[in-house]
Each structure stands twice: as C-alpha cells, then as structure tokens.
Design a protein around this ligand. Structure first.
Ligand code: NAD
Length: 491
C-alpha cells in the first residue's frame, strides 16, 4: 500500500516522490511504501496550516474540542484495527498495542475536556477599578516530530493539546511507522477537521525534520526521540529562536530494597524490561538491588525470564516481540558484546535469534547481566532493547546514588514496604517520573510525562503541563476607572 502525504485536507495524489519500503519487523513482509518528501512539501504544508490557523484560533475552544470528542469516538470504533496495524508495523505485542490505542482515546477525551477549561487566572489588581487576568493564547503553526516506538500515543500527546489550544500543526512521523499516521489522517478527514488544521508530511528526519525546525512560520517544535537527535533539533531551533520541547532517551532503574515483595518486584521488572522488547523510553534497563536480596531476586528473575514466549506480536501467546529493524538488532548486540568485555556476567540471553521461525524478523533474546558496576557502559547508555543489568548496592543511599549517576532522568521505581524508605527515595530520585511498588512504565495521560537531565529540556507531554508547550500566556489589564492609573506609582 502506498502511503501519501496529507496536506491541506487533501491526499497528495500525484505524488512524484521517491519512496521507501515499510517492513513488518516480525517477519520481513513488505507492508507498503512511504514517500520521501522534500522541503517543497513542508513549505506547502506550513502554508496550508498558516492559512487555516487564523480561523481555527477564532473558533471557540469548546467547538474545537467537539472535533476531539469525535476523534476519540473514531479511535474507539477502530481500536482493534488500529492495534493490529500498529503491531504489524512496529512489532509490539497486540495487548500492548491495544493499550497504546487506548492511550490515544484517553488523551483525546482529556484534551477535549480542556475545551471547557483551559484555565487562566483572575487576580485582584493593585489599583482601584481595574481588572487583571491571564489567558492561554494559541501560538500558531506547530511542528510535531515523533518516534516509532509509540507511533500513535505520542502523536496524540502532542497533536491534541495543540489543537484544543487553537494551533494548527505539521506532523512528521517516523518512517518506520507511517501507517498509524496514515490512519490518524483518515480519522481527521472523517471527522471533518477543517482543511489545513492537521497536516502530515512523511520523509526522513534530516530532510523533513530540518526543514520544519528551520521554517520561519513554525513557532514551536515538539520532538520525541533520541537524545542525539534531540540535541541537534535544540541547537538548530535555538538559532531560529524556536520554542523547542524535547522528550528524549532514558536509562531507567528499578530499585529493590531488602524488605521488598520480591515476587511483585520480579513481575514489575519483567514487564518494564521486556515489554515492547525493551523499546520503551521508560523501559527498565537497570535493576539496583540490596545485597541481602540480590541472590533470591536474581534466581526468580532468571526463572521468570526463561518462560517468556518470543514471537510475532499478533500471536496472543507472545510476550516479547521483535525489535524494530536490523540496525536496532545490531546495536543491542553491540552493547551485549561490550557488557561481556566489561566483565559483567551474562545470566541469560545475549543472542540474536536467527533460526526459524525467527529468521525473517528481528528478534533478540531477553538478556540479563549481573555483577554489573554502575559506571560500566552497559549501565550508563540507552540500549533500547530487552537487556537489563543487575547492580548490587549496600543501602538506600547507594541505590539512589547509582540511580542518579546516569545522564538521563526519565523514570525510576522502588520496591519497599517501608514508608520512610519510600518517601526518602521519591524525594531524592532525580527522574521526572517515580513509581513505588510498580515497574518503570505505566504513565497515565493526565499527569505530566517527561524527564530531567539528558531526557528533556524542562517541558512535559501529557496532563495540564502539555498545554504550556502549545500556548503563550497573555496578561490582560482592563482599567475601568476612566483615568490614567500607573502601576507601582499611583497605588
Ligand atoms: P530518533 O531520534 O532516531 O527519531 C525521532 C524522530 O526524529 C523521527 O521522526 C526521525 O525521523 C526524526 N529525526 C531524525 N533526524 C532528525 C533531524 N536531524 N532533525 C529533525 N528530526 C529528525 O528516535 P527513534 O529511534 O525514532 O526513537 C527512539 C528514541 O526515542 C529512544 O531514544 C527513546 O528513548 C526515545 N523516546 C523518548 C520518549 C520520551 O517521552 N522521553 C518517548 C518515546 C521514545
């Protein structure tokens, strides 16, 4: 199937662009092609978005929100089809794909409700007969750049707050996952979203992403992806004085204290580390364990890991699907070899699965390293695959120090039954998200999502915080005294 750009409410039918194939990572089947657009298509999309934005911004927010309700209903109606498509194009197991579509539905409903909120402030003025308030104003045309690992959820985290706030957008999805973007474009068309409000341009990051970041009429770039790409976006965007929101990589850890419920910790680690084959930004990549329970945790984790069924995510029995492509497979393998060289002990896994039935897809065995030191490369860099490193610590202070020793700051978790331990930890863990007695994944859409240090630059997706990315604060003073009143002077 040939994917097309969606610009100004129309599908680019006479597309003369080069294309690249889109593969199913589970079995190498070619699913279709995606166009490799150029700056020309970006310019055209921005023009359409700019034209549409004036009227969209003047449309009352509750009316803009009505479109989001309709989008939510469509997503709900198509949930199973979307989930199957998602699994086919990026490999995550079907249960997780359904969960991801649900996240999009939740976000649509949550942001639709913002149409009747979008709260500002009213405050007393320091002068008599004067009224003071602040309101959220739309920014204009915004650019959304998204990764392949959550091809629908992350787009909804960005597109829906942008829309309800009165912006129009250009979205550049990842080339690995154009089908979810294509499905979203169909929904935008089906609900009758005004032409030009939502535009989708497919192509490579260096070409399309750069053209968006440099475009003078795109005022905000909301990016999710790797820290190395995000740094480039920030650098280029900074030169153009853009507002740049970055959500980037992670090196997330689960801390298991001596009083933890070990069975629960094992379940939490397994789900966080090997769900989505370890390709979540919040995936557990390090297990920081108290020395008194290291042996027992390790044995239980090993036993549980070896029972995981690996395979095509469409098979409901599968627990670990493929990774996205060959380059990912090789990158994971590189880190595993590095771990061995660094002196970590390989407890299980460590292999690319190349025999039938895995030979046509990209499968890596769930892998556990133990006797890992916090400063080893495998314990510091994002691997983005089903690999965890077990690090032993003596006490809570050391656990927190190890957790905080990486350049990323997305999510962390602690398993303990002691309220004092838990509260001390949540205050000192330097990540944007902290879980207690749960793994490192499982964010809910009405709380801010994002991280500190190398994970982000201070902005957040999701929750009320997302609105800050797509709005400017406007302060309005209404003086009804009939005379000139000077603030700070005539008080
Ligand atoms: P990536 O950085 O390779 O690509 C992300 C997007 O940026 C893609 O659409 C890509 O085409 C585009 N891009 C590439 N080069 C560009 C450039 N020069 N200018 C502008 N855009 C460019 O990341 P990926 O492999 O798609 O995704 C995996 C990464 O995303 C991991 O590091 C993961 O941790 C991170 N991630 C972070 C979050 C979060 O919220 N913190 C969520 C999901 C994924």
């Amino acid at each position: 199937m040939e994917i097309k750009n969606f610009i100004g409410g129309r599908w680019a039918d006479k597309q003369k662009l080069q294309t690249m194939p889109v593969m199913n990572p589970a079995n190498g089947e070619q699913l279709g092609t995606v166009p490799l657009s150029t700056k020309v298509e970006v310019d055209e999309a921005v023009q359409q978005a700019k034209n549409a934005q004036k009227e969209w911004a003047l449309t009352p927010a509750p009316k803009r929100a009505d479109y989001l309700y309709e989008i939510a209903f469509k997503l709900k109606e198509k949930k199973e089809h979307l989930a199957q498509t998602l699994t086919r194009e990026m490999g995550k197991v079907i249960e997780e794909a359904r969960g991801e579509v649900q996240e999009g539905i939740d976000m649509a409903l949550y942001m639709a409700a913002e149409g009747r909120r979008l709260f500002g402030e009213t405050v007393p003025s320091e002068l008599a007969n004067k009224f003071a308030m602040s309101v959220r104003a739309p920014i204009g045309v915004v650019g959304l750049i998204t990764p392949w690992n959550f091809p629908i959820a992350i787009a909804t985290w960005k597109a829906f707050p942008a829309l309800v706030a009165g912006n129009t957008f250009i979205w550049k999805p990842s080339n690995e996952t154009p089908f979810m973007a294509y499905e979203m474009a169909k929904i935008f068309e089906e609900v009758g979203l005004p032409k030009g409000v939502a535009n989708i341009v497919f192509g490579t990051g260096p070409t399309i992403g750069t053209a968006m970041v440099e475009h003078p009429d795109i005022r905000v770039i909301s990016f999710t992806g790797s820290t190395s790409t995000g740094s480039k976006v920030a650098e280029l965007g900074g030169r153009h004085l853009k507002k740049i929101s970055l959500e980037m990589g992670g090196k997330n850890a689960v801390i298991v204290m001596e009083d933890a419920d070990i069975e629960l910790a094992v379940e939490g680690i397994l789900w966080s580390a090997f769900g989505t084959a370890g390709q979540r930004c919040t995936a557990c990549s390090r297990v920081i364990v108290h020395k008194d329970v290291k042996e027992v945790l390790q044995q239980k984790l090993l036993a549980a890991t070896t029972t995981l069924t690996i395979g095509d995510g469409l098979d409901p029995a599968t627990k670990v699907g493929p990774v996205i492509n060959r380059a990912a497979l090789e990158k994971i393998n590189h880190y595993v070899q590095l771990g061995r060289q660094e002196g970590a002990t390989l407890l299980t896994g460590g292999r690319i699965l190349s025999e039938a039935p895995f030979d046509k897809g990209f499968y890596f065995e769930p892998t556990i390293f133990t006797d890992v030191h916090a400063e080893m490369i495998i314990a510091q860099e994002e691997i983005f695959g089903p690999v965890i490193s077990i690090i032993e610590v003596a006490d809570l202070d050391e656990a927190i120090e190890v957790n905080n020793s990486v350049k990323f700051g997305l999510s962390s978790s602690i398993f303990s039954q002691d309220v004092n331990t838990i509260f001390k930890a949540q205050a000192r863990l330097d990540t944007g998200i902290v879980y207690v007695n749960a793994g490192t994944t499982g964010a809910e859409i009405h709380l801010p999502f994002g991280g500190t240090k190398g994970t982000g630059n201070g902005h957040r997706d999701s929750g009320q915080a997302a609105l800050d990315v797509y709005t400017e604060w406007k302060s309005i003073y209404v003086d009804y005294s009939g005379k000139l009143q000077r603030a700070q002077i005539d008080t």
